[in-house]
Ligand binder design. Structure first.
Ligand code: NCD
Ligand code: ZN
Length: 346
């Protein structure tokens, strides 16, 4: 196949940041994607509907002229989140989901939830009004090995929560293990999962073999090869419970290339090329539209986009810059370590 036309995709997990970084990265998303679920882990985080309204307005203001893009806003769940504010946000159409960061799990998560019991009243209200919970599914217990944190979270936090509140719709974000894939597949209802571009391409060797490579470090950290293969099988299966959430998470290079580097991989700019490559390798180009453009809206109860994009397979490799320059500083672009041939026709 040399050409593939699909419904315009959406990104169901995206970090746009704020200020000069927001201005520097948003065009890479709005070029291809119609909508994205915007992560609320700013400093300070997006906690209230008022915070989310102001952040949405800053995003819309930063959009390149002519681009139509709809940010789908989320609230950062805390142990003090107001039930009525959450309900208000959902009713007004502003809030698409609430995000649970276990405190300390990842970048800017220290204000997250320490004790899930304290968040139960909000979660119960969300279940009642049909507002989904997006979950960063990792425990933060120091004793638990970083490569096991997703599996342990499922067993000790997610499954108990879902048994207690089966009506709550939960998105397990950036699934990185076969444990996550199997858990989602085993659920009867109200559970789905997003998968990133990079977790379909790299395993943990990318971070550690031949030297420490900070631009392949993200959270949840990439796991061993068998897990990557499970993610690829899930993403390319057409199963409606799996969809794209790039987790594109820009940090300026000095904050990644240092003794204690930040977690996050920047993929907005080349995600569609990378995905077409992966789906082609799996003999599943016919499933790319489900993964990138259909399954997400179905899960969130939104219409699919009415326009389309066309991917073209070029004879010569399609190149992307190694870094983008933002007003906040340079950001290294995800290098899949193989030549890309699929291009989005402009
Ligand atoms: C994200 C970030 O930088 O905000 N980092 C990452 O590695 N994915 C946070 C997150 O989603 O865990
Ligand atoms: Zn993220």
């Amino acid at each position: 196949m040399q050409k593939l036309t699909i419904r315009r995709p959406d990104d169901w997990h995206l970090h746009l940041r704020d200020g000069a970084m927001l201005e520097g990265v948003i065009g890479d998303t709005s070029r291809h994607f119609a909508r994205a679920i915007i992560m609320p882990n700013l400093v300070p985080p997006v906690v209230t509907t008022a915070d989310a309204t102001a952040y949405r307005d800053r995003i819309l203001k930063a959009l390149p002229t002519g681009d139509r893009f709809q940010p789908l806003m989320t609230l950062y769940l805390t142990e003090h989140t107001s039930l009525d504010d959450v309900e208000e946000g959902k009713k007004s159409g502003l809030i698409t989901a609430v995000k649970l960061y276990p405190a300390g799990a990842t970048t800017n998560s220290h204000g997250g939830v320490r004790d899930l019991n304290k968040a139960m009243p909000v979660l119960e209200r969300m279940a009642k009004i049909g507002l989904p919970l997006c979950v960063h599914g990792e425990v933060t217990t120091p004793e638990v090995d970083i490569f096991d944190r997703e599996a342990v979270f499922i067993e000790t936090a997610l499954d108990p929560l879902r048994q207690r509140l089966p009506e709550l719709k939960v998105t397990m974000e950036h699934v990185t293990t076969s444990d996550g894939v199997n858990y989602i597949k085993s659920a009867k209802a109200n559970l789905a999962g997003s998968i990133t571009t990079h977790h379909l391409i790299i395993n943990r060797n990318a971070i550690l073999v031949g030297g420490i490579r900070p631009h392949y470090y993200c959270l949840p950290v990439a796991k061993r090869e068998s897990h990557r293969l499970a993610l690829r099988a899930a993403a390319t299966s057409g199963d409606t419970r799996f969809f794209l959430g790039t987790d594109s998470a820009p940090h300026v290079d000095p904050l990644k290339e240092c003794a204690c580097g930040c977690a996050g991989i920047y993929t907005s700019i080349n995600t569609m090329s990378c995905l077409a490559h992966v789906f082609e390798q799996e003999g599943a180009l016919d499933k790319l539209e489900a993964f990138a453009s259909l399954n997400g809206p179905a899960w969130y109860g939104l219409p699919v986009n009415d326009d389309r994009i066309t991917l073209v397979r070029r004879h010569d490799a399609v190149t992307f810059p190694a870094k983008i320059e933002t007003g906040a500083g340079p950001v290294t672009v995800f290098d899949p370590m193989f030549p890309l041939h699929w291009d989005v026709e402009s």
